[in-house]
Design a protein around this ligand. Sequence first.
Ligand SMILES: Nc1ncnc2c1ncn2[C@@H]1O[C@H](COP(=O)(O)OP(=O)(O)OP(=O)(O)O)[C@@H](O)[C@H]1O
Ligand SMILES: [Mg+2]
Length: 254
Amino acid sequence: MGKVPFGVIVASHKGGVGKTTISVNIAVALKLLGYNVLLLDTDFTDPNIGVHLGLEDTDAGLLALAAGKITASRAISVHAPTGLHVLSCELEGSVAIPKLVYAVRLFNILLRSRYDFIVVDTPPGSFPISIFNKFTRLGKMMALIITTPDTTASTAAIKTAMMFDNANVAHELVINMDRKRRYSISPKEIREAYGKKAIAMLPFDESIPMSIGERIPAVLLKSRSGFSRGIIALAKIVAERAKAIADKDSKTGD
Ligand SMILES: Nc1ncnc2c1ncn2[C@@H]1O[C@H](COP(=O)(O)OP(=O)(O)OP(=O)(O)O)[C@@H](O)[C@H]1O
Ligand SMILES: [Mg+2]
């Protein structure tokens, strides 16, 4: 059996706050740091990972895999510029089989894998966290809860935090699209509501829509931008967290 991958679950109850953009860029940043990374799209209703990476034309993704039409190795695409592995979701179709079967399939595939990190983009709203227990275990997973500095998004972030608390999954807050002006809610207020400081603050960046249009992740297209530097710093924090947990496990023999 391969090593147990570290799961990075990118989530928020609020739509449109940057989950997919951050999932893609953090996965690429971890890959650039030298790790084996799988990026997994679980937003079945509005899958976007393929669009960000120019892999949207596939008919061999998560839905075909969940339906048993293809094998895991066929479902995983390789992002040629970086070597990042991607299990994306086809733009058309739906999951017609019970989630359980789908989860078992993921379990079989991913546990055997040799990834250091599995970065998971999730749909807005709540979802069964138990799906992710199939490829890693609770202690080797962290959630990044994405918010923007406005009241409705941060209220949603608190709800998301409760979902992860109930499932005993460690979580950190990321504030995205920070414009440094006219906050309807300040980072201090967000910190007070969430209970701790945000792990990262990513600026609003005009090059993000451009990077999606070009199908080139921002960390590759504009590697020196504030957003990209923030993502790379965040990827390093995540990697340190994963290493600390792995070191602790090896001492306790887990
Ligand atoms: N830091 C940023 N600066 C500027 N634009 C951004 C930034 N982050 C994301 N965006 C833009 O915001 C929009 C929503 O981003 P994205 O699709 O990543 O959000 P999401 O949370 O995944 O949405 P959904 O809930 O619909 O899945 C996109 O058009 C993207 O270009
Ligand atoms: Mg999304």
